[in-house]
Write a protein that binds this ligand. Structure first.
Ligand code: URA
Length: 214
């Protein structure tokens, strides 16, 4: 039987001597997985380089796709509010996603977010690896299962490890927690308030680690 072709990834597109600007420009042309075809644009990470804190989400949503910036929609606004509550300004952090194109399916006139699959995540991983190598975060926060499993392996369970420091060569302090969209999807106000409070406690720990590392 003929060997199966290797799945396509973004690896050949990574510039030889990358800067964040070169990466962003190269990623804008990425066709390593089919998601580019239905997305408006590549949504690359943004923030200071290097940065003490790096946050990784899943994929851009509808508003991020239109604006070309990560975490600017409802989940991003909640994230910014929670960061501010623990004294972290959003623009102090480098913010990005595991997958850089919006994946969606139509529901009437709306574009509903869909979860990226393993091939799409693997295709996009070289961009994320290159961002981490340049940003060199002291603290890396993984928001949700897609980000956590992309960087820590498919067996990683956010439900089990949430909020705990994880031993990893990616940064001196790595923590995974829930995605802010999950907080917005809480079934009722009481649950949402409780879950947001839990998330803020985790971010407070992150703020304390950051403070100590300066
Ligand atoms: N959810 C994400 O994971 N990333 C975004 O940029 C927006 C919503």
């Amino acid at each position: 039987m003929a060997p199966r072709p290797e799945p396509k990834t973004a690896a050949p597109l990574i510039p030889r001597r990358p800067t964040i600007g070169k990466l962003r420009a190269a990623a804008a042309q990425c066709t390593a997985c089919p998601l580019y075809a239905d997305a408006t644009q590549t949504v690359f990470g943004e923030g200071p380089v290097p940065a003490g804190l790096m946050l990784v989400g899943e994929t851009p949503g509808d508003q991020e796709d239109r604006m070309g910036r990560p975490f600017v929609g409802p989940a991003g606004k909640l994230l910014d509010r929670c960061l501010a509550e623990v004294g972290i300004a959003r623009d102090e952090a480098y913010v990005t996603n595991a997958v850089k194109h919006f994946k969606w399916g139509p529901r009437g006139k709306r574009r509903l977010h869909k979860k990226p699959n393993a091939l799409e995540i693997a295709a996009c991983r070289p961009w994320l690896a290159a961002e981490i190598a340049l940003v060199k975060p002291k603290v890396l926060v993984l928001l949700g299962a897609t980000a956590a499993q992309t960087l820590l392996g498919g067996d990683f369970r956010v439900s089990r490890e949430r909020g705990k420091p994880i031993r990893s060569s990616l940064a001196s302090y790595v923590m995974a927690t829930v995605h802010p969209s999950a907080l917005l999807r809480a079934p009722d106000d009481a649950t949402r308030h409780r879950e947001i409070a839990h998330f803020v406690i985790e971010l407070r720990r992150v703020a304390a680690v950051l403070e100590k590392s300066y």
